[in-house]
Design a protein around this ligand. Structure first.
Ligand code: ADP
Length: 259
């Protein structure tokens, strides 16, 4: 069973590498939109085999007895689970970006209380912060009415908080500030992390750009989070700014019109 899983896994991996290599292969504009369509279709098709792989791994982990001889199988399964999750995230980000390129994402625009979304986003990153003894705090009014797509704005918070934790050494601090300033919603994510060099400021919003490749990879990153964050902010008519000092930390500041 393990060999079969391995074969499926590497099949999916090779398919992904073909998808990625197509990115660089087709430079002209008609072909460019076909290539984006291809990425969208491929990402969509990859979701099913990846979720089948994940449930097979789950099932195997439940059936395998943790005896000494089988400990290595358990270790292999946990590595496979990690890689399948990484690939699932990548596929989901590729699909979001491909759909954003073709304007096929239906965005809701509604007035809603942003505070519960912020609480949820914080809860979802709390285990990662705890694993690095990073303190996590929220500074926000008890209710804060925002305008836009609740799901996308939560995703934006998640991306920024996840990055702040990933790029902050153990024992650091990550803070989320939310407020209404005049007619704008202000979102600030501040960390005491490794910081970003001024020459990387503009590039980090580009697809697949990673200032520190090995750290990003080690943390499960693939360089698409901030491209998605920028797209979300722009579709809400807002802007995103960065203040950072190497070795001291970074602050991402987002302003989104309230109406
Ligand atoms: P990744 O998946 O690599 O984190 P992102 O698009 O989210 O991709 O970010 C792009 C790059 O920007 C990261 O690889 C990292 O080098 C840098 N970066 C993002 N957020 C931070 C942060 N809070 N502190 C330091 N560097 C960051």
């Amino acid at each position: 069973i393990l060999v079969a899983l391995g074969v499926v896994f590497f099949g999916v991996a090779s398919f992904m590498s073909v998808v990625m290599s197509k990115r660089a292969m087709i430079p002209i504009s008609g072909a460019f939109s076909r290539q984006r369509e291809f990425v969208a279709d491929a990402s969509h098709e990859l979701r099913t085999p990846l979720s089948v792989l994940l449930s097979s791994i789950d099932a195997m982990e439940m059936t395998i007895e943790p005896t000494e001889e089988e400990a290595f199988v358990g270790k292999m399964l946990s590595n496979m689970r990690q890689e399948v999750k990484r690939m699932t995230n990548l596929v989901s980000d590729l699909l979001t970006l491909a759909r954003s390129d073709s304007n096929t994402i239906e965005s809701k625009t509604e007035s809603f209380d942003f505070r519960p979304q912020a609480d949820k986003a914080l809860e979802s990153v709390r285990p990662l912060a705890a694993s690095k003894q990073i303190s996590l705090s929220l500074h926000a009014p008890a209710t804060l009415v925002a305008n836009g797509d609740p799901e996308r704005l939560s995703q934006l918070l998640y991306i920024l908080l996840d990055n702040a934790i990933k790029y902050t050494p153990n024992g650091g601090q990550v803070q989320l500030f939310l407020s209404a300033e005049g007619q704008q919603l202000s979102i600030k994510v501040q960390d005491t992390g490794i910081g970003i060099k001024p020459e990387d400021y503009n590039h980090i919003f580009e697809r697949f750009y990673r200032a520190d490749k090995s750290r990003s990879r080690q943390m499960g990153g693939h360089g698409l989070g901030l491209s998605i964050a920028k797209w979300i902010v722009e579709t809400h008519g807002g802007n995103i700014q960065l203040e950072s000092e190497v070795g001291k930390g970074s602050t991402f500041v987002i302003r989104i019109p309230l109406r």
